[in-house]
Ligand binder design. Sequence first.
Ligand SMILES: C[S@@+](CC[C@H](N)C(=O)[O-])C[C@H]1O[C@@H](n2cnc3c(N)ncnc32)[C@H](O)[C@@H]1O
Length: 276
Amino acid sequence: MSNSKEILSLIRNLIKEKTGITYKENKDYFLELKLAPLLKKAKCAKIMDFYNLIKSLPFDDNLFKEFIDAITINETSFFRDGYPFDILRIHIFPRYIQEKKNKKIRIMSVPSSTGQEPYSIVMTALEVFPDIDRWDFKIVSGDISEYALFRAKQGRYRQIEVARGLNAYFLGKYFTKINDSEYEIKKDLKKYIEFHKINVLDKNAIIWKETYDIVFFRNIMIYFDLNTQKELLSRIKDVLKKDGYLFIGSSEVIIGISKLFKIEKIDRRVIYVNSK
Ligand SMILES: C[S@@+](CC[C@H](N)C(=O)[O-])C[C@H]1O[C@@H](n2cnc3c(N)ncnc32)[C@H](O)[C@@H]1O
């Protein structure tokens, strides 16, 4: 087989099998563009040579990791969409402060991409809890992309990244300027987050072993087909505590979500609750 269209279709199938991500045929140009530097690096003259090489590689092979980094889309920002963090700050966290006697809070923030989402949750919590260190407060986070995960753990952001979503107050309070163009999240904030390499398709992934008060599972379902979405929703339901909250991306429409979760409107925004 030598037709590059056919090989790209095999690569799309391989991506789906390994990550769940569905690449549509009309994105082949994008895929080719993303893979071009890897073909060069792997000294593959043709896309077919690259496919033959990559399909046999294990997940922990360096080239395979770079392949995953190349095909994942790590688009994110601090306080993305605003309202989930407002709802945490105004409604959910104050209620926990009043009602949670065991002082234990578990939050899933997956995928982390480069870390802006879990760090935004921590900053929100620090603004609300009078003494968070008297709480057992933990965010479980991570991503399939090692590049994204490395950056999330590092917590270092360029000027253009901090300008997306952070105001001067948050930047001044929670970040240290490390040089002319980079800021780093203060070490103290990192202790509330456990970062792991996570493939959400993997039933044994660490995220499925905890139970959570709140799940952020945002801007990932859009890349998956209906069956994968359905399977993941039911896994989320299993790990979300009764009356726990699920946040998805503001532009994500997930068929069947309202069968599993109760829709609650807070400040005219829809969030999902596990009424069990
Ligand atoms: C668009 S970002 C979303 C980040 C963040 N949750 C947000 O809403 O801003 C999507 C992320 O999903 C990750 N991803 C894709 N497939 C995955 C999988 N099977 N398991 C874990 N992460 C995955 C990608 O690496 C990418 O960083």
